[in-house]
Write a protein that binds this ligand. Structure first.
Ligand SMILES: Cc1ncc(COP(=O)(O)O)c(C=O)c1O
Length: 352
């Protein structure tokens, strides 16, 4: 097969059997899919011309995907990130011709995310001819996952359960909506981390990057999820390293967290076909997740993984270890109105 570009060659996942009934949809860089799709759409509808500056906020993989696509198409790109963009990624983005703004100060609420969005607004004023792809709001993000869903259907004949990490909500929401056209009952399990507002916890500093959020993205379609899990940093990093140590799969931490959940759910449903989204490779995390020294410095203990999560009735009971709730395709408001402690309600109300 001759590909016309590295994006075309690597944007779709490889489907790899990981357990008897668990299949990884293993991406080199999942965000290439929405990056290419959103740029294509904007070029087609005239929102993006050769004079337009593309402006986007990202602290990682979406920025890299956009930079690759924009370089190939000749578009000027400004990425607004935070210190999570390590110096290697910064150098790579700059090598691809992107200008990188790092916000150093944390906004009053909404963490770096708020500060990044404020900077994007400033840049938009500075560049009147701009295009903001908007991975958190644009429907072109979830809509980008049609071919990946087709590949799963063609390879496995569909899925009974899809497990994936949730950041913007684009990949899990998009893949599920395509797969459910054929199988409306397919279970969707979202994987989040403690201190993220996505499934109703209060915003707190988080060590896991790539999943979770300090602000609520419009692209998270809460009523699409059947189950929501919270996996903490130590569990996420341990599971990521186990994936490498036992399956030779060298992936980023969001893949590890999703794998932990998928493996557990699949063992309890031996007749179900479980697909787990694995969004990026491990290279970017060699000095963090894969470094014992970094883990020690950050107070992350490499304990044994819990055999199972704790079932909780509401986000406010999620505690500090791996836990989950039966979301039941409800809206966030419905879930939080049943949360009698109100802790989650206050947090999400502040963040939306
Ligand atoms: C490495 C990684 N994993 C998972 C996600 C979450 O995917 P989504 O934004 O589609 O919810 C992201 C989002 O940026 C990511 O960078």
């Amino acid at each position: 097969m001759l590909y016309q570009s590295i994006v075309e060659a690597t944007e779709l996942p490889r489907i790899i059997r990981l357990e008897r009934n668990v299949y990884g949809a293993v991406f080199s860089l999942m965000k290439l899919l929405p990056a290419r799709f959103m740029i294509d759409r904007a070029e087609d509808n005239g929102a993006l011309t050769p004079q337009t500056t593309v402006i986007e906020t990202s602290s990682g993989t979406f920025g890299l995907g956009l930079a690759m696509v924009c370089r190939m198409r000749g578009h000027r790109l400004r990425i607004v990130g935070d210190p999570a963009i390590d110096k290697n990624l910064r150098a790579r983005l700059r090598g691809l011709g992107a200008e990188v703004d790092i916000v150093e100060s944390v906004g009053r609420t909404g963490g770096y995310q708020r500060a990044r969005l404020d900077r994007v607004a400033e840049l938009c004023e500075q560049y009147p001819d701009h295009f903001v792809p908007g991975q958190y709001d644009s429907k072109d993000n979830p809509n980008a996952y049609g071919h990946a869903a087709e590949l799963i259907t063609a390879t496995l004949g569909g899925a009974d359960c899809l497990v994936g990490p949730v950041g913007s909500g684009g990949s899990t929401g998009g893949m599920a909506s395509f797969l459910r056209l054929a199988e409306p009952d397919m279970r969707l399990i979202g994987v989040d981390t403690h201190g993220s507002v996505i499934f109703g916890m209060p915003d707190e500093p988080r060590l896991v990057r790539g999943l979770g959020n300090s602000l609520m993205p419009a692209n998270v379609q809460h009523d699409a999820y059947d189950e929501a899990h919270w996996v903490n940093a130590a569990e996420t990093f341990r599971a990521t390293r186990e994936l490498h140590e036992t399956r030779s799969l060298f992936m980023g931490p969001t893949s590890g967290a999703a794998y932990l959940v998928a493996r557990w759910w699949a063992a309890r449903h031996p007749d179900a076909k479980v697909v787990v989204l694995m969004p990026d490779e491990g290279y970017r995390y060699q000095d963090s997740v894969y470094s014992d020294e970094w883990l020690r410095e950050n107070g992350v203990r490499q304990d044994e993984l819990p055999a199972r999560p704790q079932l909780v009735g509401a986000p406010s009971s999620a505690g500090t270890g791996w836990s989950y709730t039966e979301w039941g395709r409800r809206t966030l408001t419905d879930v939080l109105s049943g949360d009698s402690s109100g802790r989650g309600l206050v947090a999400a109300g502040a963040a939306i």
